[in-house]
Design a protein around this ligand. Structure first.
Ligand SMILES: [Zn+2]
Ligand SMILES: [Zn+2]
Length: 257
């Protein structure tokens, strides 16, 4: 985190969140709520209620749908290569604003509440599943990291592991020192391409360099079309993984959902 770049107001917000147990968003004091007993949750109940939960979604790929627990058209045509997808929020409203702020507006302090909420969802999901042995993340291209001064998925993964370790202790999935997924091509947003074109393009944008466990978790902040996640999953399966679980904070709804 580049502290020098943060404005005084933001430093105050961080201070309030860390030391005064105040909500990161509205600055309200966190008391007498369920979340207040957990000092790592830095959002008040009221603000959290404003997050769009991804309850109605496809049970395979977590694509937002109109009804809960259905198999979306895409997954009926071809099943995604990952085993399980955890995506607790829709990429809209407050969640979208916070993630944008992290990427473009030095809102690094929002990483804390977002990763906390994802870890809560993971602990719930994995009460009935074996935990992965390794956490990997979809990295930004080195050029982009230079521009922004940091890689947000790297920063998020670090905090996510910290949260999980508090809950799981020694059983916490370990992250290798160097993320074995590398982005080798600097690609632009690909919304205008068809699904097939996107998959072809993203497949050549990443490469694996390092040890891969049998059961891995692949983290990204947002899943939009799913082509990046799918391409990275296929690369991991080729590199020796037997099971890939996808962890994202938010999933982008298709138009009309
Ligand atoms: Zn609040
Ligand atoms: Zn689906």
């Amino acid at each position: 985190m580049d502290w020098k770049k943060l404005s005084t107001i933001k430093i105050q917000e961080v201070y309030n969140g860390l030391f005064l147990n105040r909500c990161y968003l509205c600055n309200a004091k966190n008391n007498n709520t369920q979340s207040s007993s957990k000092s790592h949750n830095t959002l008040c109940q009221h603000c959290h209620q404003g997050f769009a939960k991804n309850t109605n979604s496809c049970y395979r790929c977590k694509r937002p749908t109109h009804t809960a627990n259905i198999l979306c058209g895409q997954c009926q045509v071809s099943s995604p290569p990952y085993q399980l997808c955890v995506a607790p929020y829709r990429f809209e409203g407050i969640v979208k604003a916070l993630i944008h702020s992290i990427k473009f507006n030095q809102g690094n302090h929002y990483i804390r509440p977002l990763t906390y909420l994802l870890s809560e969802q993971l602990i719930h999901t994995y009460s009935a599943e074996p935990w992965p042995e390794q956490i990997l993340y979809v990295p930004s291209h080195p050029t982009r990291i230079k521009e922004r001064g940091f890689c947000q998925t790297h920063a998020m993964t670090q905090l996510l592991i910290k949260n999980l370790r508090l809950h799981l202790g020694e059983k916490c999935p370990l992250q290798t020192k160097h993320n074995p997924i590398k982005k080798i091509k600097h690609t632009q947003a690909q919304h205008s391409l068809t699904r097939k074109e996107r998959l072809q393009k993203t497949q050549n944008s990443y490469q694996i360099d390092g040890e891969i466990a049998k059961h891995v978790a692949l983290f990204d902040d947002v899943m939009t079309t799913g082509s990046t996640i799918e391409s990275c999953t296929r690369l991991l399966l080729k590199a020796g993984a037997e099971r890939v679980d996808v962890w994202v904070i938010a999933r982008t709804p298709d138009k009309g959902y």
